[in-house]
Design a protein around this ligand. Structure first.
Ligand code: 5AD
Length: 326
């Protein structure tokens, strides 16, 4: 009965006290009620809709050296690639014919793509596909650069905050990166008029329940349009190669909590979730997620965009595979 009261309150007030959130995060005892309530809230707001976003991973060069990420600049084993504007336009053409109306251009922080080059890519997509949304996910830039992207026709931006407490942020990133700047970028993107997505990794090294609570509180402050979370998965060529990966259980529990906190948010069931469990993405959708992001990148580069080991990238997670099933 108490379980139901707590979940009812989260459903109606979209908030709980710190200690209540910590209780929800750290035990499985509420899961059954939590998932039911999250699924109900998703249906009330979105009926049966699942939104499809075509993901184009256009460069795996990155100037950053995040300790968890397979495409960090320090990973000399990574085989690097870049897509040209024409390559990207071909991905969009394929996606468009498959029915996609949102293109997500994601890449490492690659200085090759100057503002001019990036804006030319964005404005070409905007010109060819005036009815589509263009989402960028290319990291921390100056406000001027974000403004140029927006003017060129981009309308959404994904930038996970990764973790909301400074002490933890420093354990995951080298000294030249700061949580302060990342948060600043997110608020600037919002001010410019982008629809903004943020989020964090679940089970990243050194993450404690307090960190997750801080992530939830930061998301309340930012109030993003989209919230992407996925389990941390170790990559063999990073300093964190021996660290444990995040769990399916905690990730879907957090998806459900986020759905109740943010009824209107777009919440993807991520590739990382599909990587740690064969039914991970389906379970995410049942626990309140409502977005999937099939891969539209050229098949030959998919395996090279390896943020973590064993990424699913040849089968039904791909754009082509999903459409065949319908
Ligand atoms: N495991 C899971 N997710 C990762 N990301 C980066 N490296 C990993 C990893 N090893 C996530 C980060 C980033 C997003 C694009 O991918 O949260 O923001």
């Amino acid at each position: 009965m108490d379980n139901i009261n707590l979940i009812n309150r989260l459903s109606s007030e979209h908030n709980l006290s710190d200690s209540e959130f910590l209780k929800l995060i750290t035990t499985s005892e509420y899961d059954a009620e939590l998932f039911l309530a999250a699924d109900k809230t998703r249906r009330e707001n979105y009926k049966a809709a699942v939104y499809i976003r075509g993901l184009i991973e256009f460069t795996n060069y990155c100037k950053n050296d995040c300790f968890y990420c397979g495409i960090r600049c320090g990973n000399k084993k990574a085989v690097r690639y870049r897509l040209t504007r024409d390559d990207i336009l071909m991905c969009c053409a394929e996606g468009y014919s498959l029915g996609f109306r949102t293109f997500v251009l994601q890449g490492g922080e690659d200085p090759y793509y100057t503002d001019d080059i990036m804006c030319e890519i964005v404005s070409s997509i905007r010109k060819n596909y005036p009815d589509c949304a263009i989402t960028l996910s290319v990291g921390e830039k100056t406000r001027e650069t974000y403004e140029k992207y927006f003017e060129a026709g981009a309308n959404r931006y994904l930038l996970r905050h990764e973790t909301a407490l400074d002490e933890h942020y420093k354990k995951l990133h080298p000294n030249n990166m700061s949580l302060e700047n990342r948060k600043k970028c997110l608020f600037e993107l919002k001010k410019i008029g982008f629809q903004v997505g943020s989020g964090f990794m679940v089970g990243s090294p050194y993450q404690k329940p307090d960190n997750i609570l801080a992530d939830l509180r930061f998301l309340q402050e930012l109030s993003p349009d989209m919230i992407g979370i996925g389990p941390y998965i170790s990559h063999e060529d990073t300093p964190f190669k021996d660290k444990k990966s995040g769990s399916l259980e905690l990730t879907i529990r957090l998806i459900a909590i986020l759905r109740l906190m943010f009824p209107y948010a777009l919440i993807p069931s991520t590739t990382a979730l599909g990587t740690i469990h064969p039914e991970g993405r389906e379970l995410g959708l049942k626990a309140g997620a409502n977005v999937v992001m099939p891969n539209l990148s050229p098949v030959k580069v998919r395996k090279l965009y390896t943020l973590y080991d064993n990424k699913i990238c040849t089968g039904e997670e791909a754009a082509q595979g999903n459409v065949k099933e319908h």
